[in-house]
Unconditional design. Sequence first.
Length: 370
Amino acid sequence: MTIIATIIIIGIIIFVHELGHYIFAKLAGCGVEKFTIGWGPQVLYFRKRETKYGIGLFPLIGGYINLYKRRELNRKPLSESARQSQLEYREDILSMKEKYGLKDIDDLSPLRQFLIYSGGILTQFLSCFLILSTVTFFVGFPRDRVEIAGVAPNSPAELAGIKQGDIVTGIDGNEISTVEQLVEKVSRTEGRKVQIIIERQREKLALNVVPTYDSALKRWILGMQIYNARYYSKQGEKIWSYIAEGFALTINMSVLVVNGIWRLITHQLSINALMGPVGIVGVTSAVMKLGVAQLMMFIAFININLAIINSLPFPALDGGQVLILAIERAFKIKIKESIKGAINLIGFSIIIFIMLIITYRDILNLLYKS
C-alpha cells in the first residue's frame, strides 16, 4: 500500500511539474509533441490534437515533454526506412502546425522560451504554496506554549497547586508562550510572590506562587519541569493570514533546501543525506501514520526539493536549459541541436548514475533495518 501511495505522490508531483511546461508552451502557441510521465517505453498512451500523452515504464524517475523544434524537422535520415519515417513525421508535424496554428519553440521570443523552460519550477512553487496555505487553513497556525512535564515535591509550584499537564499562559499579567519567557520573568522576581495563569482542561486558573532561590542554578525558580510544546490554532485569523502563512512557509522551506544543497556542495553534509525513490517509500510510510496534514506538508517539501534541484544550471535540468538560452542570447549565437543533445545526454547520464547509487544505498538501508 505504501509503495502504491508513493508512486501516486511522486507521479502527481511529476505531473504538476510537466504541466507547468505544457501550460506555458500552450499559452505561447508552441506545439507539444509528447507529454510523458516517467521514462522508458510508454505503457499507456493516447493522442489528442498534436500531443501524445503517455506513462513511461519507469514512472518514479521523472517525466518530459517534447516541444516542436525547427531543427528536428531538418535531420537527415540514415536509411530508406528512416527516410520514410522522417517524411511521415514531418508531414504530421506540418499538418498539425497548419491545422492549429502552432509554432516551433525556436520561433518564440526569449521571454516566452524562458517561461516554458522554467514553467515546471514555477508550478511546483505554486503548488507548494497552495498546499501549505490549505493545510494552515484547516489545521491552523503553528504556535508555542509552555507545558508542565513535572512538579518537584514540596516545591513552590506544588504548594500553589500546579500539576503535571498544566499549561502556563501568563505571569503577573504578561502572556507567556515560551520557556525562555517564563524563566526570565521568574528570575527577575527576587523572591516576591507572583501570579501564574495556567490552563487546566480548558479552565483558566490564577495561582499565587512564591519562588525559591536555587544556589546551584543561581536564580529564582518555581520547582517544575517545563518545555515548549507546539500546537495549532485558527482563533481570530483572517483569510489573507492563511495566504501569507502559506507564502512564508514556502519561503522557509526553500531556504532550508537551498541551505542543504549548499552544505552538500561545501562538504558540510554527507551525500548519505540524499534520498531516492526507495528511501521516500520508507519516509512516506512513517509520515502517513502522522495524519493527512503531515503527509501534505511532506508532499510540499518534496515539491520544493525537486523545484530547486531542477533550477540548478546543470545539463538535462530546467536550469541547464535556461543557462543555454541565456548563453545564446548573451553572445548572439545559436548552439547546434546536436551539441545541445549531447550536453543534455551527458547531464542525464550523470543524474541517472547518481540516482542509481542513492537507490542502491536506500535498498541496503531497508534490508539492514529489516
